[in-house]
Design a protein around this ligand. Structure first.
Ligand code: TXA
Ligand code: MG
Length: 326
């Protein structure tokens, strides 16, 4: 039960690898968000992820590997998947591909599907830890299920630090991108599907494929076009969230974007005064956390965010943060 994060020294990375080999959980940095890692081939360790997060067990996990060669041991690549891996790995793109019969990856990771979501993170510490562990590592974002994703080691301690299952939090500062990976599926004989918008924009992916991505069906849809993790309420602060706010009530706190800020909010943080979507993505979860902590029950009003590029992923997270809680 870690009270504090451990700095990502060579020695601590080796310890993290040993904890993972022993079936313990380790939280680690990636370029997108902090992950809660477990040996993907160990059923008990993977079950520990669901337990620590309080995660519905029907929600499958992303497997992290150090390179494409390792990924190919576990899943069948299609030619288009290979194109995307060549263009974006290491990086914030997760490919959902058919499981190989002989993969030792736990069936729990796939949560009943015949596919595995897999990616190579673009982060030196994550890659060093994956090599030290020498096995595929399943890792969702390192937060309690349904809550905001962690972009700093301290966020992980706040959300999961009490868990007996968590052996260690590796600290490498703030995550460069701050939003989870984009998830793309490859249903047989169909157009690749954007299952979750994220760190790599739809436009960039479509440019490499030379064709458009299909849209995901709502959760539970047929044709393998839905991603079970896309629950309506997710990334939720404790207080209500109001989107597309063009003015702000005096009793609200404001998450602003751009230069033209409506006045008289109780408190304001600005995702990006210059209107830079990359900066806004990197600030999103940290600012939501800070406003949530100071809101004292007040609503968080969020100004409109443009929908192109990373804006699609930002708006996706905000929509879920604002969704009715169940
Ligand atoms: O950036 C990220 O992707 C972070 C870091 C730690 O790598 N991980 C992350 O994992 O966000 P998680 O578990 O919070 O989100 C996994 C997403 C969910 O939407 C889940 O439904 C989808 O990937 N997913 C996983 N396996 C899948 C599968 N076999 N088929 C369809 N969707 C899948
Ligand atoms: Mg998550």
């Amino acid at each position: 039960m870690p009270a504090e994060p451990c700095s990502a020294t060579v020695e601590n990375i080796e310890r993290a690898g040993a904890f993972l080999q022993a079936g313990r959980l380790v939280a680690f940095p990636t370029e997108t968000v902090y992950g809660l890692g477990a040996d993907a081939t160990d059923d008990r360790a993977v079950a520990g992820i669901f337990e620590a997060k309080g995660r519905p067990s029907f929600n499958p996990l992303i497997v992290h590997v150090p390179d494409e060669t390792t990924a190919r041991l576990h899943v069948h690549f299609t030619p288009e998947a290979a194109k995307l891996a060549a263009a974006f790995w290491p990086g914030g793109l997760t490919l959902v591909l058919p499981r190989k019969k002989k993969t030792p990856i736990s069936l729990l990771v796939s949560a009943g599907l015949d596919t595995i979501a897999i990616r190579v993170p673009d982060h030196d510490i994550a890659l060093a830890m994956l090599r030290a562990a020498a096995r595929p590592i399943a890792a969702p974002s390192a937060n309690a299920s349904g809550k905001m994703s962690p972009t700093e080691a301290g966020h992980v301690i706040e959300s999961l630090g009490h868990s007996e299952l968590l052996a260690m939090v590796l600290d490498a500062g703030s995550c460069r991108i701050g939003l989870e990976s984009t998830v793309v599926g490859f249903p047989e004989g169909e157009t690749p599907v954007l299952l979750r918008p994220g760190a790599i924009s739809r436009e960039e992916i479509e440019l490499v494929l030379g064709r458009g991505l299909a849209d995901a069906e709502p959760a539970g849809g047929e044709a393998g076009r839905s991603s079970p993790g896309q629950l309506a309420s997710h990334y939720a602060p404790d207080v209500p969230v109001r989107l597309d706010a063009v003015n702000v009530h005096p009793d609200e706190v404001l998450l602003a974007f751009g230069y033209h800020i409506p006045e008289s909010a109780h408190a304001t943080l600005n995702l990006s005064p210059s209107g830079d979507l990359r900066e806004a993505a990197a600030n999103l979860f940290t600012m939501l956390r800070t406003l949530n902590a100071h809101a004292e029950g007040r609503t968080i009003a969020v100004m409109p965010i443009p929908h192109h590029g990373l804006g699609a992923a930002i708006n996706d997270r905000l929509k879920r943060a604002a969704a009715p809680r169940t």
